[in-house]
Design a protein around this ligand. Structure first.
Ligand SMILES: NC(=O)c1ccc[n+]([C@@H]2O[C@H](COP(=O)([O-])OP(=O)(O)OC[C@H]3O[C@@H](n4cnc5c(N)ncnc54)[C@H](O)[C@@H]3O)[C@@H](O)[C@H]2O)c1
Length: 360
């Protein structure tokens, strides 16, 4: 039975990944989820795996090296999948320090702990131990509107404090692979969307605001382009890279699904109108009139676009969920989890840990 240490598993992508892995491997794996439960960590995302014998949650900060070393000492970890990060660009513009602490120093702590646990006296590593560092396409900077794609060989050119901190963490992982032959991979993925996404990010924000008849803020001219990927396709890509990819390699994960922000908003509005039943009072609220252009984000990258050729050729991964299907699945999920959105927007979700784990 393989043991996984997943960091940041209470966040958006981490919790989807944990669901994906239990669905795929069932009782064949064990997952230890280490999460600090910042504002972005929500244990309600993992309600349905909580009772599993092969799942453990540990509330810890990845910057706390003593605690992280202890987890490695007490468990024979086979795989690390490292999601934990501060992840919101706007927050990084306001407060860059915590981004460097968690994303850079926290990654260093994870690398050191895994290296210490896995390294043998002769400098080689215990058999079949692997570390996967989950990163973003934002490290590559910005593309021209008609200008090419990000490849694994594209030079790093981050612009925001968020992408600079992720680029630094990638460089550390690369340095450990080059210097110590540390058994790792890096994945750089495009923008994700899907269930459990915190409503500060574009897609859940627009869905939630539109359903409440609130303004739909659009940065600048709304023509910034992102390459959107359904989160379960990302989860699958991570697993495939870790099991089928070549060690020490970086793989880009993306959907060939470029859309301008304003196009995304129109698609969401149209899909909501289509999916809401006749007579539902929210149908009246969902309207293009809610679109409100606001001052552009500082240093706003114009276009991101991934070339997923390498992962396709070497690992056999390709994005399975078309955007039109993925957005319907996401909206349907939000319809069925109104209480989740309510808890998140009211702040009540932060009480969940106290209720579930305080006396354990
Ligand atoms: N969201 C995207 O579109 C996207 C795209 C590509 C890559 N990524 C990367 O994927 C990873 C996950 O992104 P996400 O969108 O799920 O983020 P998220 O903000 O939803 O979740 C981050 C999780 O990390 C936890 N965390 C934060 N600081 C921590 C610390 N110091 N110690 C322990 N846990 C801590 C949070 O509590 C939260 O559960 C990040 O590394 C991000 O850079 C995200």
């Amino acid at each position: 039975m393989r043991t996984y240490l997943v960091t940041g598993g209470a966040g958006f992508i981490g919790s989807n990944y944990i669901h994906y892995m239990f669905e795929k491997y069932g009782e064949e794996i064990r997952i230890i989820n280490v999460d600090k439960l910042t504002y972005a960590g929500n244990l309600e995302n993992l309600k349905d795996v909580e009772g599993r014998e092969n799942y453990t949650f540990v509330k810890a900060d990845i910057c706390d090296s003593e605690k992280i070393n202890q987890i490695f000492a007490e468990n024979d970890i086979d795989r690390v999948v490292h999601f934990a990060a501060e992840s919101h660009v706007d927050r990084s513009i306001k407060n860059p320090t915590v981004f460097v602490e968690t994303n850079v120093l926290g990654t260093l702590v994870m690398l050191n702990a895994a290296k210490a646990a896995w390294e043998l006296p002769d400098g080689t590593y215990k058999e079949d131990k692997k570390f996967l560092h989950v990163s973003t396409d934002e490290v590559y900077g910005s593309l021209e509107e008609d200008g090419g794609y990000f490849y694994e060989t594209t030079p790093y050119a981050p612009h925001s404090p968020y992408s600079a901190s992720k680029a630094s963490s990638d460089m550390l992982v690369k340095a450990y692979m080059d210097t110590y032959k540390f058994p790792a991979n890096i994945t750089n993925c495009s923008n994700n969307y899907g269930p459990y996404q915190f409503p500060e990010k574009l897609i859940p924000l627009i869905i939630n605001n539109a359903l409440h008849g609130k303004k739909l803020p659009v940065y600048g001219d709304g023509k910034n382009v992102r390459d959107w990927l359904y989160v379960m396709d990302h989860a699958k890509g991570i697993d495939m890279v870790q099991e089928k990819g070549r060690l020490f390699e970086t793989y880009n994960i993306g959907g060939h699904n470029e859309k301008q922000n304003i196009q995304i908003i129109h698609i969401i509005l149209d899909t909501l109108q289509e999916m809401l039943p006749e007579g539902d009072p929210r149908k009246e609220l969902v309207s293009e009139k809610l679109i409100t252009y606001v001052e552009d984000r500082k240093g706003h990258d114009r276009r991101y676009a991934i070339a997923p050729d390498k992962i396709k050729e070497e690992v056999g991964w390709y994005p399975e969920t078309m955007f039109e299907d993925g957005i319907r699945l996401t909206i349907q999920w939000f319809f069925e989890h109104e209480d989740w959105m309510e808890h998140v927007t009211s702040g009540d979700y932060q009480k969940y840990y106290q209720e579930m784990y305080q006396d354990k």
